[in-house]
Design a protein around this ligand. Structure first.
Ligand SMILES: N[C@@H](CCC(=O)N[C@@H](CS)C(=O)NCC(=O)O)C(=O)O
Length: 216
């Protein structure tokens, strides 16, 4: 069976789980704690980040966007408005540019070069293009949800939740509505089930569809 090393609260793992949920194939989910990574995961992916997927044929995919592409057919509706290569390019660029500012905002250090608000605004600048698109239609690329929506949504969620009051009151209201729709979407809530930490040598969670505690 395909194995997924995952961490519930990791935005990279969330996007991978949503893609795998869409694929629908049963896999073994191994819930990881980042401070206590399993040796079997590090053995197949020494860089030590989640998510990590190991296929039944032993192929290891340890980049979240690659896992998404493995799970979602390039011919599917998720790529109907823009080809896979272009959506992937936009998602990669978002990761590179937005995430460092998000981290500097969320985990702001007292000695940092810029203030928390400056990092917040730098991150938010990357969201302006999304806001402009969402003022015209319900999803980032048009009237249907696409791969790009799934790829960036967990990071916009993380950004919003640093200071939800500020996010709710800023001018990007179409983005706020888009995020709220995703937060209530069964595709998202369905990948946020809580599972206990996987123990080396035991059988992980059969997923999707396993028992767990739905939360948040
Ligand atoms: N480029 C990787 C990044 C994954 C990543 O950085 N995940 C974080 C958790 S959200 C992680 O595993 N960090 C390692 C650690 O904190 O030890 C991907 O897209 O999968």
């Amino acid at each position: 069976m395909t194995i997924l090393y995952s961490f519930r609260r990791c935005p990279y793992a969330m996007r991978a789980r949503m893609a795998l949920m869409i694929q629908g194939a049963q896999l073994e989910l191994r819930e990881v704690l980042l401070r206590d990574k399993p040796a079997s995961m590090l053995a197949i992916s020494p860089k030590g980040t989640v998510p990590v997927l190991q296929t039944v044929h032993g192929v290891v995919i340890d980049e979240s966007l690659d896992i998404m592409c493995w799970a979602m057919s390039a011919e599917s509706d998720w790529f109907s408005l823009l080809a896979q290569a272009e959506q992937l390019e936009q998602a990669r660029s978002f990761d590179e540019k937005f995430k460092p500012h998000l981290d500097a905002y969320k985990y702001h250090r007292p000695g940092a070069e810029r203030s928390r608000e400056e990092y917040r605004d730098l991150a938010a600048n990357h969201l302006d293009r999304f806001e402009a698109n969402l003022q015209c239609h319900d999803y980032l690329l048009g009237t249907m949800p696409q791969f790009l929506d799934l790829a960036v949504m967990p990071f916009v969620r993380q950004f919003a939740s640093v200071d939800r009051q500020w996010f709710d009151n800023q001018h990007r209201q179409s983005l706020r509505r888009w995020l709220d729709r995703w937060l209530a979407d069964p595709l998202f809530t369905g990948v946020m089930t809580k599972f206990p930490q996987w123990q080396e040598g035991s059988l992980g969670q059969r997923w999707p569809g396993g028992e767990g505690t739905r939360a948040e």
